[in-house]
Structures are given as structure tokens and as C-alpha cells.
Design a protein around this ligand. Structure first.
Ligand code: NAD
Length: 407
């Protein structure tokens, strides 16, 4: 295929193009961060085979890269991305996965990706076959899907919506197209919308994956699995935690207990007692999923200025490293809060940080936006999701678009 010059085509909270070389640079910089931060002697355990569902961007990518390049785990990812098509670029997750595969091969490691709908039986079957043929039982499963919809076997589909429950949400937001603070009102969800969001973003499919892999004898002793959740501040509570997505997260969190009991009661999986299922409550980061959430963009622009000043603004792979190094890979039992959740959002949720955010939130207007919030940082992070604004990539140089996912 002829090479092309790729420019960003940003439309609100999505870019219609992704830069293959920029995405590769982004992945390489995450690998360097992981290699630099792996502390010898900090880990008591090893990972042989890891499966990451939702592996191509955001938190799933951070976890997949940490497993592969930090722990030398043979890593299999599942994602739902668009391949390059003639003169159209593939999506960023396609190029991220291809770059991770390439880097792994160069380092004698294994990182492969299956691209397709993780909710479907076909993709589940492909994963089973690939694990059986090329990997063996997995000891780690990270569930990091952020999906807008799930096909319903009856031919219809369920949509995930972000709406308040029982009341209208009214408040400040940020209009990404106009780059201005705006006022939004979001009508409450119907019962059907609440149920649909739980179907997509709740724990049912996570449990289905674990049950299937267990039936197929593809779970190793001391099997550990983690799904990601978010709690966030009071400012976004009516829309997020008390809204439709919060209901789905509550379902995901109770599914962790169900799976944990399943592992604990199964002598084959329980191993030395360290296996189980956990929720990791992560910090707010700019990802394709989070930038689509109204209100959250403005909140993050305020939060990141404060966390950056404190030197506490972790990246997705920074959180991935902490998850493995300080929690999953220790021989002592996994440290959790009273609801048995791993808390990686501790810096974000510090009372003094949240007090500052709340004060700024009350004062912020279009006139003082630049002074009170780090909107340029948010925008830069957003562009980098699609491989733009990377330091070493030459955006005037034509690049090959047609890059295979797995070597
Ligand atoms: P993201 O948009 O960066 O990644 C989503 C991943 O899911 C991608 O790999 C995508 O290809 C994959 N995916 C989507 N639909 C799929 C499907 N049908 N089949 C297979 N793969 C599919 O999202 P993210 O922000 O990293 O979110 C991942 C998880 O982390 C979510 O549960 C989210 O709620 C949670 N989380 C996010 C934040 C945040 O601030 N971004 C904070 C805390 C927790």
C-alpha cells in the first residue's frame, strides 16, 4: 500500500485518524516507563500467561504492557478495533497492539492480540483455541472493557448510557468542540437504559469469561483476575457513581465477590490461597472512554493541574505497574478497602486534593479557565491517544498504514 501523510482529524471526543508511528512511539515510551519502574526484589511472584480483555488502549493496554514487558508474561489481548482499510488509517488500538507485538518479538517475548467482539461466542472460542494451542492455562486475567454496546443474542443490542438516575443532572461541563465551559442538563435514565448499561458494563460477561476458561481447564492454580472501576468525586457523583454507569460498576464489584468465591472454593484454582478476583478502583485518566463523558473532561483538567504540581499524576501504565507490583504480585494477601477493593485512586481522592478541586470548580469560568485548569495538558494527552503530538514522530513524513496486528 502507498505510504501516506497522516494528520489528526479530531471531532469532539474522537479522532477519525490515528498515526501508526506516533502510536508505536506512545507504546515504546510506556514500555520504557515499565522497564524503568520495575523494582528488583519488589515482586514475590511470576506470571506465566496473561489474558487482557480490552487490551488495546487505556488501562487494558497499561496492564498488558506491564504483564508482558514488566513480568515477561506470555500475553494475549482481546480488543475491538478497526483495521487499516486502503487509504483509511486503522484505529489507535490497532496500531498500539501491532507495536506491542513487534516490540515483544524483538525482545524474545510473546504479545498477541485477537481483534473482535469480546462479548461474542466466536471470539471467546478463538481465545480458548489460542490459549490451548500456544499458551496453556492463564494465571492472570484483566478485564478492562469500556464498550458502548453489547449485542443481544435475540438480534438486538444493549447500549451503555451515561445518565443520572431519578433526577435531572444539571451542571458545568466542557464542550470539547468549542473548547468552552458550558452548562448541561441530562435527563434521567429509564429503567430499560439502566438495565442495558448493566448488561454492557456490569460483570456478567467477566463472569462468563471466567466460567468458560474454567470449564476448558485454562485457569492455572493461584488464578487472579481484576476488573477496573471508578468512584470519583462528589462533583460527578450524581452523573457517574449514582448514575447508570455507577449501577453497572456496582454490579461489576459484586461480580468480583462471586468470582472470588468460585476461585476460593476450587482447590485446583485456589493454589496456595493467593488466587481470587478483585476490583481495582483506578484514578481518572484521559482515555477514549473517559473523554466521552460530559463533566469529566473539565474535572480532569482541574485535577491534573493539582496532581501534576504534587508529582502524583500517574499514567495508565503507572497504575498498571502499581497494581501488579504492590498488590497482585506480593506474597502477602492483597491490600483492599473495607469493600474488598484495591484503591489505586488514593492520590486523586486525598481530601486536600478534592477540596482544591471543589473550590476551583465553584470559581471556574471561561475567563479564568487557562489559569485554573490545565486544559492544554488534557488536550495534549487526548491527541497522544491517537498517536499525535509525540516528541519523536515526524508528522510530515509519509507512513505505511497497513500494519499487521500480529507480525
Ligand atoms: P479505553 O476506551 O481506553 O479502552 C477500552 C478497551 O475495550 C479497548 O481496548 C477496546 O478495543 C476494548 N473494547 C471495547 N469494546 C469491546 C468489545 N466489544 N470487544 C472487545 N474489546 C472491546 O477505556 P479505559 O478508560 O481504559 O477503560 C477501561 C476500564 O477502566 C473501564 O472499565 C473503565 O470504567 C475503567 N476505568 C477508567 C478510568 C478512566 O479515567 N479512564 C478510571 C477508572 C476506571
Amino acid at each position: 500500500m502507498p505510504e501516506s501523510i497522516v494528520q489528526p482529524k479530531i471531532r469532539g471526543f474522537i479522532s477519525l485518524t490515528s498515526h501508526p508511528a506516533g502510536c508505536a512511539e506512545n507504546v515504546h515510551s510506556q514500555i520504557r516507563e515499565i522497564e524503568a519502574r520495575m523494582l528488583p526484589g519488589k515482586t514475590d511472584r511470576t506470571i506465566k500467561n496473561a489474558l487482557i480483555i480490552g487490551s488495546s488502549t487505556g488501562y487494558g493496554l497499561g496492564a498488558a504492557l506491564t504483564a508482558c514487558f514488566g513480568y515477561k508474561a506470555r500475553t494475549l489481548g482481546v480488543c475491538f478495533e478497526k483495521s487499516p482499510d486502503n487509504t483509511k488509517t486503522g484505529t489507535a488500538g490497532w496500531y498500539n497492539s501491532a507495536a506491542a507485538n513487534h516490540a515483544a518479538e524483538k525482545n524474545g517475548l510473546r504479545y498477541k492480540t485477537i481483534n473482535g467482539d469480546a462479548f461474542s461466542d466466536e471470539v471467546k472460542q478463538q481465545v480458548v483455541e489460542q490459549l490451548r494451542d500456544e499458551y496453556g492455562p492463564i494465571d492472570t486475567l484483566i478485564y478492562s472493557l469500556a464498550a458502548p454496546r453489547r449485542n443481544n443474542p435475540l438480534g438486538d443490542h444493549w447500549n451503555s448510557v451515561l445518565k443520572p438516575i431519578g433526577q435531572v443532572y444539571s451542571g458545568k461541563s466542557f464542550d470539547l468542540r468549542q473548547e468552552k465551559i458550558s452548562h448541561i442538563e441530562i435527563q434521567p435514565a429509564t429503567d430499560e437504559e439502566i438495565d442495558s448499561t448493566i448488561k454492557v458494563m456490569g460483570g456478567e460477561d467477566w463472569e462468563n469469561w471466567v466460567a468458560l476458561l474454567d470449564r476448558e481447564n485454562l485457569l492455572a492454580p493461584n488464578f487472579k483476575t481484576v476488573a477496573f472501576s471508578y468512584i470519583g468525586p462528589d462533583l460527578t457523583k450524581d452523573l457517574y457513581r449514582d448514575g447508570t454507569i455507577g449501577r453497572a460498576k456496582a454490579h461489576l464489584e459484586s461480580t468480583a465477590d462471586t468470582i472470588h468465591a468460585l476461585v476460593d472454593q476450587n482447590p485446583k484454582l485456589r493454589g496456595d490461597g493467593s488466587g481470587g478476583a478483585w476490583i481495582s478502583v483506578n484514578k481518572a485518566v484521559v482515555t477514549q472512554a473517559s473523554s466521552a463523558i460530559p463533566v469529566v473532561g473539565l474535572y480532569m483538567s482541574i485535577l491534573f493541574r493539582i496532581l501534576n504540581n504534587r508529582g502524583e499524576n500517574e499514567s495508565t501504565c503507572g497504575q498498571g505497574i502499581r497494581l501488579f507490583q504492590d498488590y497482585l504480585m506480593q506474597s502477602s494477601s492483597v491490600k483492599t478497602d473495607d469493600s474488598r477493593r484495591i484503591r489505586l485512586d488514593n492520590f486523586e481522592m486525598l481530601p486536600e486534593v478534592q477540596e482544591q478541586v471543589t473550590t476551583i470548580w465553584g470559581d471556574i469560568t471561561n475567563d479564568n479557565l487557562a489559569e485554573l485548569a490545565d486544559w492544554p495538558y488534557f488536550k495534549n494527552e487526548f491527541a497522544r491517544l491517537f498517536g499525535f503530538n509525540m516528541e519523536e514522530t515526524n508528522y510530515d513524513k509519509p507512513v505505511e498504514l497497513d500494519i499487521p496486528l500480529n507480525g
